[in-house]
Design a protein around this ligand. Structure first.
Ligand code: PAF
Length: 286
């Protein structure tokens, strides 16, 4: 695996791969990699000829009171994991190269960016879209791979790619979970043992809601109320939002049906965790 820090060198590496008619896959990350990220690397390797993994803790997507400074970082461990997975290039751009002095250009996906996580994290998706569009410009991937845990992010990025006629396929892969159900996240490292136990309320409450839908419940209000009840019984949990929304507009739905996204964000202690499921054609949940 080659590690590249310079933007010019990254562009040149992709140019020479393209000259050999190779297809390019990009897995954008903020590092502190876990099995969820590695599943994306595997998918990119299976679907494209050259897999580029970027690691950049993007200051533009963190609010002033969020965890940019303390966000977990371990580039040595990340590089070893990527080497083992057979990634071709690790792209590690420096912040002053990405956002040089005087930087002033940002990308917004209106309305969608204000819903769900966007309501309590103003500016977050503007930061995500800006960095991802910049990475797309630098790497020019045929396909880019994202996890479904960040469902709103994937929906917004697919909208951006479509609206701007970008030549990139947005591939969204399933949530990877711990054996006990907790969705993998780099932020799980913040949880102490009591919080780690309490955090299971997210996946458990979603499983209960999923079972209701599978049994025929379609009233979104009832589904959301069941999740709210379950989480309300966990003293370490504080709900940010629980919503059942349309997968295109992210507007709340009255009735759940195929494609409905049931998503939540919950603070466990000081750590904000997200999780979700999507309703399948037969009412099954994924
Ligand atoms: O999902 C993430 O880790 C980040 O939001 C992303 C897509 C790498 C952009 O910084």
């Amino acid at each position: 695996m080659k590690t590249i820090a310079s933007i010019a060198e990254m562009k040149a590496a992709v140019r020479s791969a393209r000259a050999e008619e190779k297809t390019v896959g990009l897995v954008p990350t903020m590092g502190f990699l876990h099995e969820g990220h590695l599943s994306l690397v595997r998918e990119s390797r299976a679907r494209t000829d050259l897999t580029v993994v970027s690691i950049f803790v993007n200051p533009a997507q963190f609010g002033p009171n969020e965890d940019f400074a303390s966000y977990p970082r371990d580039p040595g461990r990340d590089a070893a994991l990527l080497e083992r997975e057979g990634a071709d290039i690790l792209f590690l751009p420096a912040a002053p190269d990405i956002y040089p002095r005087g930087y002033a250009t940002y990308v917004e996906v209106q309305k969608l960016q204000d819903r769900l996580c966007g309501a309590s994290r103003p500016g977050h998706f503007r930061g995500v879209c800006t960095i991802v569009l910049k990475l797309f410009e630098i790497v020019r991937p045929d396909a880019a791979f994202f996890g479904r845990k960040d469902a709103q992010q994937a929906i917004i990025l697919a909208r951006m790619a479509g609206d701007l006629n970008l030549d990139v396929r947005i591939e969204v892969r399933p949530i990877v979970r711990e054996p006990d159900g907790l969705a993998l996240s780099s932020r799980n490292i913040y949880l102490n043992p009591d919080e780690r136990r309490a955090a299971l309320v997210l996946s458990r409450s979603l499983a209960t809601a999923g079972a209701m839908i599978k049994a025929g419940e379609t009233r979104a209000e009832a589904v959301v109320a069941a999740i709210r009840d379950a989480i309300g019984r966990e003293p370490l949990a504080r709900i940010d939002y629980i919503e059942a929304v349309d997968p295109v507009t992210l507007a709340p739905v009255d009735r759940t049906g195929e494609g409905t996204l049931v998503a939540l964000a919950v603070f466990i202690g000081k750590t904000r965790l997200i999780d979700n499921f999507v309703v399948g054609p037969g009412g099954e949940i994924t």
